[in-house]
Ligand binder design. Structure first.
Ligand SMILES: [Zn+2]
Ligand SMILES: [Zn+2]
Length: 343
């Protein structure tokens, strides 16, 4: 078997494939050829000459950056293969957000799989993670790669939110959610829990919610929460309602106009009590689009690679765990992915 770092190696620009001459999720500057795992802005940057990704990820990038975000784009459906300079590339669902994919790279009998960001929990807004059999080298993210990170059941967190809405009918529940993935997942989970009233969204969520709907994910009645101050008492109608927006928007003028707001935040980081406190969140909702410690370690056992490479996040704890399990593991020390910003 050839040495894995002949096929993929960490570089300052990201994970690079020398024989294929392409990068996976390049983080620094424009490259000639990029394979993109998913649409979060730290993984999917604009300006590359050529981008290969799932059709959904390409649609997300076009919606964020405009149609001309790359010189050329090449959509690749899950499971379809393509040859890039003699290297076989295909994509397997990662269960992170709509269109998210693990990148499978094969060359001279060696199969390497780069997860991008992933999770194993049920998510009604995207295809579930599919482990790739026969993986020699598994390159896993490690955003929540510490044993203290154990995310609770998402349905239970949604039930907490609905209980709070019932208990405080005079307040506006402002739910902080990231625009891609988390917003649509929280909305869909609310629908599944039986909440069918209009949900109010910040304008920054509009485009991506529409894109999800165009991809067949029904989000129910949504309305953009615009506060028309010319109409007296206009904001009164938000009492008892749920309003979703990017976390930062709740601190600006838009967020402060809602009557008696009750700040909530849906994030895996809400499992860290200190963080919830510091951010002024009254109702933390631990809902994550990343694998927690159990999901990470269970996935490594399930994929059972010959070698484990670990990237962005808590690399060292996972390396130590793998070594104790008798596994060969290596931290990649790639920089440029933002562990907080898009969780
Ligand atoms: Zn992501
Ligand atoms: Zn990431």
């Amino acid at each position: 078997m050839i040495r894995p770092d002949l096929l993929l190696k960490p570089t300052p620009k990201g994970l690079y494939c020398p024989p294929g001459d392409f990068y996976i999720d390049p983080v620094r500057g424009a490259v000639d050829r990029a394979v993109v795992t998913h649409g979060h802005a730290d993984h999917a940057r604009a300006g590359h000459a050529h981008v290969l990704a799932t059709p959904e990820t390409l649609a997300i990038m076009a919606s964020r950056y405009g149609e001309g975000f790359a010189g050329a784009t090449q959509p690749l459906e899950y499971g379809e293969t393509v040859e890039i300079n003699g290297v076989t590339v295909w994509l397997s669902p990662a269960g992170h957000v709509l269109g998210s994919a693990q990148v499978v790279v094969e060359w001279k009998g060696l199969r390497m799989v780069c997860t991008g960001d992933y999770k194993r929990r049920r998510d009604p807004t995207c295809r579930a993670f599919e482990p790739v059999p026969g993986t020699h080298v598994f390159i896993s993210e490690a955003t929540f790669g510490l044993p203290v990170f154990r995310h609770p059941d998402s349905d239970r967190e949604i039930a907490k939110l609905l209980a709070s809405v019932r208990a405080s009918p005079d307040r506006t529940h402002l739910v902080g959610v990231y625009a891609l993935g988390k917003a649509q997942r929280v909305i869909k989970l609310l629908r599944e829990a039986g909440y069918h009233e209009t949900l109010y969204i910040h304008g920054a969520l509009e485009k991506l919610c529409r894109l999800y709907e165009e991809h067949g994910i029904d989000l129910g009645p949504l309305e953009t929460a615009t506060l028309d101050t010319s109409e007296r008492g206009a904001q009164e109608r938000f009492r008892g309602q749920i309003v979703l927006g990017p976390p930062a928007s709740f601190h600006d003028r838009w967020g402060r106009r809602f009557p008696d707001p009750l700040p909530c935040f849906a994030s895996g980081w809400m499992g860290v009590r200190q963080r919830a406190k510091q951010s002024g969140v009254e109702l933390p909702l631990i809902i994550s689009d990343h694998a927690d410690w159990d999901e990470l370690t269970d996935t490594v056992r399930e994929v059972d690679p010959e070698e484990l490479w670990i990237t962005h996040g808590r690399e060292d704890a996972l390396v130590r765990w793998a070594e104790l399990e008798g596994r060969k593991a290596r931290p990649l020390r790639l920089v440029g992915y933002e562990e907080d910003a898009f969780e």
